[in-house]
Design a protein around this ligand. Structure first.
Ligand code: GAL
Length: 451
């Protein structure tokens, strides 16, 4: 496709924000330093067999101690925005109660350094690491979550609001609620439908309430929240597969954004899960409280899914037909690469009509990188970014108010249950020595951002 070869960053306009995103748990390490409390992931990673290679996030890539060097990398690669998350367990080691001054001070140092380097900080308030003490009380499935989260948000706004304008409330609620409480693959490793439904509802309430708190504290803030999304295709053109794809689509793409837009949870008489969810959460009472007029919505699209009808899968009755088995291009995690599908997802969010601005708050891919003689020649990742950025440009040119693209991620890091094996960084990290090596894709970005 010739479009992508002519790609120039300047085509996105001079106000477009190019950034790079990280998260606290995946990068910081220093898991008990300076009064930090344990997080759900610190504890979950200790359970045998939960993380590939038995990896733990205790040190991760040592961002807590190396943030100045890593921000220099952000600068060297030419990005103007730095998105990071705050570890709740540094601010409130027990999740509630006593504030940890040293934890507060760390994010002041980080923000100050960003500002010194001319990088615009975007703070994510919650990127999947919950204080362990709160997880013990039920975590996202507890009805106290709204109260706990509200206090945390207020503290962050009061502390950092004078310096930071851009706020993201939750990172991908579908990710941490489903993987954590239904599928057992992420912290806290639970597998319960009713916990999952409670977690969904508390996350939906916290999303909107978090927005309201930031708005009340900081009238000039630029407030958003991020959603994962994946176009879902039926494997075969049969009624059963089409219905399976529709159910998966509701869960993956509509469940969280529609309440925010004031539509409440989706309804579909063919999908009994939704009826259960409505009853379990008494959703009719909460429609207004789940709504918030966000300044922007963050979209994170890592794959397109193909599904077929499968009666053995509870509630969803659908299962994935892997990209590899269909001989479709895919990343090292088996995730199908399809930039046209990414373009369609951006357009689809925009078509709701009530989203004011969209930012691609994460985009990137894992490949099997090889460090050879001081170089990582990650051609596949460069190709991936070229295609996905071209797709974003296409959507923008067609009228979507797309205002930023943040690459995932700066450095190889702790990739949740994949441990250190899945590598998404623009910079390679030797996890034993912590040495950083900019990959070819990092240099590609640097050159691209000058165009
Ligand atoms: C996202 C998540 C990130 C990162 C990425 C790649 O869902 O927000 O933390 O892990 O996926 O898997």
């Amino acid at each position: 496709m010739s479009f992508q070869h002519l790609l120039k960053a300047s085509e996105f306009g001079s106000h477009f924000e190019w950034g790079v995103a990280i998260s606290a748990l995946q990068n910081e390490g220093a898991y008990l330093a300076d009064g930090k409390g344990l997080s759900n992931w610190d504890v979950f990673a200790r359970r045998a067999g939960k993380i590939k290679g038995g990896a733990k996030p205790s040190v991760a890539n040592d961002f807590y101690y190396r943030f100045k060097d890593d921000l220099m990398l952000v600068k060297a690669l030419g990005f103007k925005v730095f998105r990071f998350s705050i570890a709740w367990s540094r601010i409130l080691p027990e999740g509630t109660g006593r504030i940890n001054k040293e934890g507060i001070a760390f994010y002041h140092r980080l923000i100050d350094e960003c500002l010194l380097l001319g990088l615009t900080p975007y703070i994510t308030l919650y990127h999947w690491d919950l204080p362990h003490e709160l997880e013990k009380e039920g975590g996202w499935a507890s009805h106290q979550m709204l109260k706990w989260f509200s206090r945390f948000v207020k503290i962050c706004a009061e502390e950092y609001g004078g310096k930071v304008k851009n706020w993201i409330i939750l990172n991908e609620p579908m990710g941490f609620t489903s993987l954590g409480y239904m599928l057992g693959k992420h912290a806290p490793g639970k597998t319960s439908l009713s916990l999952f439904m409670s977690a969904i509802h508390n996350a939906a309430l916290c999303t909107a309430e978090g927005g309201r708190i930031i708005r009340a504290e900081l009238s000039n803030a630029h407030i958003g929240t991020c959603f994962s999304c994946s176009e879902v295709m039926p494997f075969k053109d049969t009624m059963l597969d089409i219905a399976a794809a529709k159910r998966a689509d509701i869960l993956l793409n509509r469940l969280f954004v529609e309440p925010v837009l004031g539509r409440g949870y989706p309804e579909d008489p063919q999908f009994s899960f939704l009826e259960k969810l409505h009853l379990h959460t008494k959703a009719w009472k909460y429609k207004e409280r789940m709504q918030f007029n966000f300044d922007f919505i963050g979209i994170q699209n890592y794959f397109v899914l193909t599904v077929k009808h499968n009666p053995l899968i509870p509630y969803l009755s659908a299962s994935e037909v892997k990209a590899a088995s269909r001989k479709a291009p895919h990343t090292a995690l088996g995730w199908e690469i399809n930039a046209d599908s990414f373009y369609r997802m951006i357009k689809r969010f925009w078509h709701y009509g009530s989203i004011k601005e969209i930012i691609i708050t994460e985009g990137g891919a894992a490949f099997k990188d090889v460090l050879h003689k001081g170089r990582v020649a990650d051609e596949q990742r460069i190709d991936y970014f070229k295609k996905y950025i071209a797709a974003a440009l296409r959507a923008k040119k067609e009228g979507v108010n797309l205002s930023g693209y943040f690459a995932w991620t700066l450095t190889d890091n702790f990739e949740w249950s994949e441990g250190f094996e899945a590598k998404f960084g623009l910079t390679h990290v030797d996890i034993d020595t912590q040495a950083r090596t900019i990959k070819d894709s990092g240099y590609w970005f640097r050159d691209f951002l000058k165009t």
